[in-house]
Design a protein around this ligand. Structure first.
Ligand code: COA
Length: 387
């Protein structure tokens, strides 16, 4: 039976910082950020955009195209959760008007969260082919002002519809997973910013990639040349570039050129949005689908990584006519319509985001009409409104 990705929606807030401006403010050579890290811009979430509102906005991108009555599962993957108990899924379910019969919950394993949800959703749809599943990854990456990780921040969400009649990608059965209990990146409950050992994290990511990629190829009897493209979890695009260089090592010239070209296509959205943790791999997938040269039947490898650490490699085949399901113009507009912040303005918004909202202080949003936003807390209950 076929199961796969039928729809992809993404959202990023309406403000950004340019990496050249940030480099100047931090007395760094702009090329370190642009080339050494591989980032051009980063989206900034003001206090009215959180994991929930961004997840709703990402799903709104395709909700009118689907049969809502068929959605039987709604999984919210995040490491920027807004509540210790109630899942983000329930706010999303309410905003989108989904059936009360939907199974809704939240999952966590750092940036692996959306993939974890996708794997559960895939099994769910195989068992219930007449139903669909929505899987959301939504995060704000916060490392702190003037930290080494600052240039790898960002904010955004990706939402996927998984179905037994997928119109974008057919997921292949089988995967290779690998985990170890380590401390490369984490965020204790008492901290609004992440703790990270960036160099160690990069090393583990690359080791896990080598391990899962070779195990996957062996298990499925595949060679690197069989892949039209490989997409990676991209906390910053240089990290994926390093993994892609490992992937093409020892391959023929044509495979090398193809996988390098497809990586260039796959990093474009991420270089302009920044790190969105759970959604990063799927933002890169969207970037590849929109900017690459894929054709029906092409095999795409996907490498998911969540610090702590958990990795998984799996693959999918491109479905004929996939382009018709994408909204390339709308996706580009989301980036182009953002307003540029000065570094001082970004710092002010960043600091405001570290504060807990006060009860009964209503927030107003400057997002465009139709977008959801966090409107403040009333009686300790988070309020979401639509512009
Ligand atoms: N021109 C071009 N490249 C330059 C440069 C210049 N002027 N100056 C430096 N660089 C390169 C460096 O050579 C290095 O490249 P390499 O990685 O290929 O060796 C790169 O820029 C980064 O420089 P480095 O000195 O290592 O940066 P840093 O100490 O500021 O740290 C990170 C960079 C990525 C480790 C840091 O931003 C971080 O920790 N980010 C968070 C990572 C993360 O989120 N991990 C967990 C999620 S999986």
């Amino acid at each position: 039976m076929k199961v796969g990705i039928d729809q992809i929606g993404y959202f990023t807030p309406n403000k950004y910082v340019d990496m050249v401006d940030l480099a100047h403010a931090r007395n760094q050579d702009p090329n370190k950020f642009l080339i050494g890290i591989g980032q051009k811009k980063m989206s900034v979430a003001d206090p009215t955009q959180d994991a929930v509102s961004m997840g709703i906005n990402a799903t709104l991108r395709y909700i009118d195209k689907i049969d809502k009555s068929k959605v039987g599962l709604l999984i919210f993957g995040t490491e920027s959760s807004v509540d210790q108990s109630k899942s983000g899924s329930l706010f999303v379910k309410s905003a989108l008007g989904l059936n009360p019969t939907v199974r809704a919950f939240e999952v966590k394993e750092a940036c692996f969260g959306l993939t974890a949800g996708l794997m559960i959703a895939q099994d769910f749809v195989r068992l219930h082919p007449d139903q669909t599943a929505i899987v959301i990854g939504s995060d704000i990456a916060r490392y702190g002002i003037n930290t080494a990780g600052e240039v790898t921040q960002g904010a955004g969400s990706v939402s996927l519809l998984i179905s037994s009649h997928p119109r974008i990608l057919e997921l292949n059965e089988g995967h290779s997973a690998y985990s170890e209990d380590i401390n490369d990146f984490w965020r204790p409950n008492y901290s609004k910013t992440a703790k990270v050992d960036g160099k160690y994290s990069t090393q583990v990511y690359l080791d896990f990639f080598k391990h899962t990629f070779s195990a996957y190829k062996e298990r499925k009897n595949l060679e690197t040349k069989d892949f039209a493209a490989i997409v990676y979890h991209l906390p910053f695009t240089k990290m994926g570039l390093k993994a892609n260089r490992l992937a093409v090592e020892g391959t023929d010239e044509e495979t090398n050129a193809r996988l390098m070209d497809s990586f260039t296509a796959a990093k474009e959205l991420n270089a302009n949005v920044g790190n969105i943790y759970t959604g990063s791999l799927y933002l890169s997938l969207l970037s590849l689908l929109e900017n690459g040269k894929l054709k029906a039947g092409d095999l795409v490898g996907l490498f998911s990584y969540g610090s702590g650490a958990m990795a998984e490699f799996y693959s999918a085949n491109v479905v004929e006519g996939y382009e018709k399901q994408l909204d390339k113009v709308g996706d580009k507009a989301l980036l182009d319509n953002r307003s540029k912040l000065s570094v001082a303005e970004y710092e002010e918004i960043f600091s405001a985001g570290l504060e807990d909202p006060e009860n009964d202080v209503e927030l107003t949003s400057d997002e465009e009409k139709g977008r959801y936003y966090f409107a403040g807390i009333h009686n300790d209950i988070r309020q979401y409104q639509v512009k």
